[in-house]
Design a binder for this molecule. Structure first.
Ligand code: AMP
Length: 403
């Protein structure tokens, strides 16, 4: 890294997509952002936003065969803006890695041993870690000399006490297969809990926060004095809240019941619970905007899906109040949490005895800034705190390589 290098490229490689952002950590500005979708299909699409130049969004459609071609296309787009990966100003590439197991509790510079360990975790994250590994390998080929940093979704949750992380199943079986609760969305929970403390004018060590990350995937966490003590996702991102397409909590006997009565294989049940459940399974839509439109038009199925979603959310808020003992704030974040005022209103409704309330006019305000939506009299602050996983990954990456 040169003395002037202050840029970080953040890569979030999914199975058929790559999201990226280039940030300048000298002043926190975003220089470029984009997305490659449908990698491996004939209709791949690259959308690039040249934020530094303020130019028009550029879109290109056409087959992009694999992650290597995708990253090369991204590199070309960045070069066209004068921000190429060969720039001496690039300090590092930060990779979102979904599963870091118990070993990775902090962001880590990637070497062969680290990559091997991420590979060793593939059995517990079969959908995510392989794509992350492909992204890392490709980036290494493009810039072999540059530090590549892994920032793990699970890391923030490694502070959970064992009684919260361990499932109540046979210990030998659990340990042999590394079965335990790991939690996900960690960069978001870390970022939002810190921002919430700042909104209250406090140090993270002074506050207890419940973070509700409600996006297409959704998870809750209980953060005590800056450390995660409980979170709703488990071995995989399937456990917990009702999500866009995932069931969240379910009696595990449903899976063997489906095997016995419907002959469904493990893969079929996996697909059912991950892709055809949650809001989409309940009412056919997973977009909260559409669900609200249908409710306003009197659609009973959409209303029931919404009620089930809210009921689960309330159960977690109540449980995490009990886990934390004292709660200073409940923070809503991600696509639904930041935008859907009716979800926030319904989730907090009726919890006045627990010190929780939402002010209707504050809740109706639309803003990209962290803000309080609770009335002044409420004992517990309720906040909307936009998440920024890319910034968090860039900050963690830069802190590591510039130390
Ligand atoms: P995320 O995974 O954080 O990008 O969140 C995506 C989800 O946010 C979508 O599936 C929608 O359900 C929800 N969402 C996005 N914008 C809005 C909005 N304006 N109102 C309600 N829900 C929204």
């Amino acid at each position: 890294m040169t003395a002037t290098a202050s840029r970080v490229l953040v890569l979030n490689s999914g199975s058929s997509s790559v999201k990226y952002q280039l940030l300048d950590m000298a002043d926190g500005t975003r220089l470029a952002a984009g997305l490659v979708e449908r990698i491996g299909e004939a209709t791949s699409r690259l959308t690039h936003t040249p934020l530094a130049t303020g130019g028009e969004v550029r879109e290109a459609e056409g087959p992009i065969a694999d992650h290597e071609s995708a990253l090369k296309a991204v590199a070309d787009e960045l070069s066209a803006d004068g921000l190429g990966l060969d720039s001496p100003e690039l300090a590092a590439i930060g990779h979102r890695v979904v599963h870091g197991g118990l070993k990775f509790t902090v962001p880590t510079v990637i070497d062969d041993a680290v990559l091997k360990e991420i590979e060793r975790l593939v059995p517990v994250a079969p959908l995510h870690n392989p794509a992350n590994i492909t992204g890392i390998r490709t980036a290494q080929q493009l810039r072999p000399d540059l530090p590549q940093v892994a920032v793990f979704d699970t890391a923030f949750h490694t502070t959970m006490p064992e009684y919260a992380a361990r499932y109540a199943i046979d210990v030998e079986t659990a340990d042999a297969h590394r079965i335990r609760r790991y939690g996900f969305h960690g960069t978001s929970h870390a970022y939002v809990s810190r921002k919430t403390a700042a909104l209250l004018g406090k140090d993270p060590s002074e506050v207890n926060v419940i973070v509700l990350h409600l996006g297409n995937g959704a998870s809750a966490s209980a953060v005590a004095g800056g450390r995660c003590v409980e979170t709703s996702m488990g071995l995989t991102p399937l456990e917990g809240l009702v999500m866009g397409t995932r069931s969240g909590d379910i009696d595990p006997a449903v899976t063997f019941h489906l095997k016995r009565v419907a002959g469904m294989s493990a893969d079929e049940t996996d697909e059912l619970l991950n892709k055809k459940s949650g809001l989409v399974g309940l009412c056919g839509d997973n977009d909260m905007r559409e669900i609200r439109r249908r409710i306003d038009a009197g659609d009973a199925r959409a209303q029931l899906a919404f009620d089930i979603y809210i009921h689960r959310l309330k159960k977690y808020i109540g449980a995490y109040c009990a886990v934390l003992g004292r709660v200073d704030a409940v923070a809503f974040t991600a696509g639904v949490g930041e935008n859907a005022a009716p979800v926030r209103e319904a989730a907090i409704a009726g919890l006045e005895e627990m010190g929780l309330a939402v002010d209707a006019s504050l809740n109706a305000v639309r803003s990209g800034e962290p803000r309080l939506i609770s009335p002044e009299y409420a004992r517990v602050a309720v906040a909307v705190v936009p998440t920024d996983e890319e910034l968090e990954i860039a900050q963690q990456t830069y802190a590591l390589v510039s130390a």
